[in-house]
Write a protein that binds this ligand. Structure first.
Ligand code: NAD
Length: 471
């Protein structure tokens, strides 16, 4: 059994907690590794190492920092398969989605940032002043389990480019991607203390790290509930806060839209990663008069594309939920959907046996006030809603505490764009427009604060100083 320590100050350090946490493969329920259950002392050591490394890292200048990060990028590219396999093992994402989704996203987003920052000015003149942009200090990066490698990449690439140093606290269910990240950082030879990882539970290690007086920025991706608590915590010391939180995103099919493409786009986001995607288009909003045709297409699409099973099998589309707890959460929501009067059109049951599997599920006759339309389920569950006018469709889409993503398909791009502009969320796709790895990602409303990815992502990690020069 492999056992992993924390990575602090360029070294693998044993915790005096003498406690380890088992990491399970959610498809087999076997223990695949053990990681350190850290305590406050480990967090203190990691924050101190990051604090000590900050001055040199911040003052060496962006070009020198980019040299290190280019080396790291090459190493990440050389280790793509290892990264993909680790994600399959600890998260249960299908091998094909891990290789075609998780890993390219990390590589491409990192590449775009390293390229685009070359045209970004860390110093600029404004009238007689010099505007200087630099790191804040130590960034606490607290990450979820659903994209365990890229959620770290999205934080550390911009934070390190900007001159900050970091302490990463990965999710307890998927710490192996963070451990692998540290191994790759070690190979790239980044200065000791610039990047540190402490593993352990959110309520102890995460909470203590976020409140640490030497942490200047809390960068959190995870649930809105925990994000809300961190908002309070940040307020004590007026820490900078970046929050990437939950979502309940809507896909609107306008009258006359291509129904096959509409269904595919929405359903793929609900099946890939077993629906454990913050930006999944989990509410499919279609014209009442086109409902019958849509349901035929949905049924056929699920028959042909929703294979559940061993994530390492190349034909599998839907792997297990990440944990037994997540499986229970999803099943509780399915039960609630049934109780509140939505109709199960496909699936609706847990799958017995080894592994945390649930049936891909589609609810129809959903009212947007129902729990399954308002709350994030984080599983392979789609809610189909209908509308009579386009205004009503927009109202349904916006009637949500969240505002992370959305999509509109229509018979022509202009019409769909007009509707997209009225969706209150940080990302909206028009007629299957592709996403570039340099465009900002983040949420309106309770889906978050700040943006990740690309230059916008870097700006969130920069302090701005106005130096008034003599005339
Ligand atoms: P979570 O909020 O339970 O945990 C996220 C991280 O916070 C974990 O590392 C956890 O250990 C830690 N944590 C938990 N309690 C804490 C506390 N009191 N103080 C400090 N840290 C604490 O979320 P999760 O279940 O790991 O991930 C799923 C959630 O993440 C979903 O809501 C999803 O929408 C969201 N998410 C958002 C984005 C985005 O970019 N907007 C991306 C991915 C996931």
């Amino acid at each position: 059994m492999k056992q992993y320590q924390n990575y602090i100050n360029g070294q693998w350090m044993t915790s005096n907690s003498n406690e380890m946490t088992a990491v399970l493969n959610p498809a087999t329920e076997e223990t695949i590794a053990e990681v350190t259950s850290s305590n406050n002392e480990d967090v203190d050591k990691a924050v101190q190492a990051a604090k000590d490394a900050f001055s040199d890292w911040n003052s060496m200048g962006v070009d020198a920092r980019l040299e290190y990060l280019e080396k790291l990028y090459e190493i990440i590219v050389a280790n793509k398969q290892r990264i993909a396999d680790t994600i399959v093992q600890e998260l249960g994402a299908s091998q094909s989605f891990s290789e075609s989704g998780h890993v390219p996203q990390s590589v491409n987003e990192m590449r775009a940032m390293l390229d685009d920052v070359r045209d970004f000015s860390f110093e600029e003149k404004m009238d007689t002043a010099l505007i200087q942009k630099e790191g804040f200090g130590v960034v606490a990066c607290i990450t979820p389990w659903n994209y365990p490698f890229n959620q770290i990449q999205r934080k550390i690439t911009p934070a390190l480019i900007a001159g900050n140093t970091v302490v990463v606290k990965p999710a307890n269910d998927t710490p192996l991607s963070a451990i692998l990240y540290a191994e790759l950082i070690e190979e790239a030879g980044l200065p000791a203390g610039v990047f540190n990882v402490v593993t352990g539970s959110g309520s102890t290690v995460g909470d203590y790290l976020a409140g640490h007086e030497d942490v200047s920025v809390i960068s959190f991706t995870g649930s809105t509930e925990v994000g809300r608590g961190l908002y309070d915590k940040a307020s004590d010391q007026i820490k900078k806060l970046v929050l990437e939180l939950g979502g309940k995103s809507a896909m609107i099919g306008l009258p006359g839209a291509d129904k096959h493409k509409t269904v595919k786009q929405s359903v793929d986001t609900v099946l890939n990663n077993s629906g454990q995607t913050c930006a999944a288009l989990t509410r499919l909003i279609i014209p009442e008069e086109e409902k019958a045709e849509y349901l035929d297409i949905i049924k056929k699409y699920y028959e042909e594309n929703a294979q559940v099973g061993d994530p390492t099998d190349e034909n599998t589309k839907v792997g297990p939920m990440v944990s037994e707890k997540q499986k229970e959460t999803v099943m509780d929501y399915i039960q609630k959907g049934k109780e509140e009067g939505a109709k199960v059109f496909i699936g609706g049951n847990a799958i017995d046996g080894r592994g945390f599997f649930v049936e891909p599920t589609v609810f129809i006759d959903v009212d947007n006030k129902m729990t399954i339309a308002q709350e994030e389920i984080f599983g392979p569950v789609l809610a189909v809603l209908t509308y009579n006018t386009v205004e009503e469709a927009i109202e349904i889409a916006n009637d949500s505490p969240y505002g992370l993503s959305g999509a509109v398909t229509g018979p022509n791009d202009e019409e769909a764009l007009e509707v997209a502009k009225q969706i209150r969320s940080g990302n909206v796709y028009v007629n299957q427009g592709p996403r570039s790895p340099r465009v900002p990602f983040g949420g309106y409303k309770q889906s978050g604060l700040g943006r990740e990815v690309g230059i916008y992502g870097i700006e969130d990690y920069l302090e701005i100083k106005s130096i008034m020069l003599p005339e």
